[in-house]
Design a protein. Structure first.
Length: 207
């Protein structure tokens, strides 16, 4: 809840900035070519953190917060508050580095919580593979809510990220969505979740 509140509060401040927003973004976002050039300085480490709480629009922030709301609480239950926060930030850092690995000379600011949230999704896949995710499915003119196993829902999500990331490699300027950050965060979540999780909990139905 605190992470969601902070993200929404920061976005509210972004809206308030108006014409000064670009200056604020460039001062607090990760610029891949800068990090590639100077390395991991104290300033770049701060940017790695602040960039995770910046968003590029209403859809960007609300969709990220929806995923965090749906999947984050169950993962936090298995980790505890502090370990969950460390896990969130760490997978976010790894996700950012994964994006920079593929686009080291990009001048485009990298912002958003999606890399860290991808880490949460990876953790959820390992912790609750049998859980059901209530999903809106569009069948022609009909809309149905269908419970889909997490392993299928998140597996399809991950495949889509890979396909989109590979397609984006043919155009180094096509970075509107940081698919490789999603991929890096998801894999980091899968690999690190056992180090942060504690006793087993029950499966959930999420929506």
């Amino acid at each position: 809840m605190l992470l969601i509140i902070i993200n929404l509060a920061v976005f509210g401040y972004e809206v308030y900035l108006g014409r000064y927003l670009d200056e604020f973004i460039f001062s607090h976002a990760v610029i891949p070519i800068q990090l590639s050039s100077v390395g991991m300085t104290a300033d770049q480490l701060v940017r790695l953190t602040t960039a995770m709480f910046l968003h590029g629009g209403w859809f960007h922030v609300l969709s990220n917060m929806l995923y965090l709301w749906i999947f984050g609480d169950n993962v936090e239950d298995r980790m505890g508050h502090f370990r969950y926060l460390v896990f969130y930030l760490l997978t976010g850092y790894i996700a950012t580095i994964a994006h920079i690995f593929y686009y080291p000379f990009s001048n485009s600011p990298l912002i958003g919580a999606s890399g860290a949230i991808a880490g949460i999704l990876g953790a959820y896949l390992i912790l609750y593979p049998r859980a059901k995710v209530l999903t809106l499915v569009f069948l022609f003119i009909f809309i149905q809510i269908i419970p889909i196993p997490a392993v299928i829902f998140l597996g399809l999500w991950f495949v889509l990220q890979i396909l989109s990331g590979v397609a984006g490699l043919t155009d180094q300027t096509a970075q509107g969505v940081a698919f490789w950050a999603h991929i890096g965060g998801f894999i980091a979540g899968i690999l690190l979740v056992k180090l942060f999780s504690r006793s087993k909990d029950r499966d959930y139905v999420n929506y």
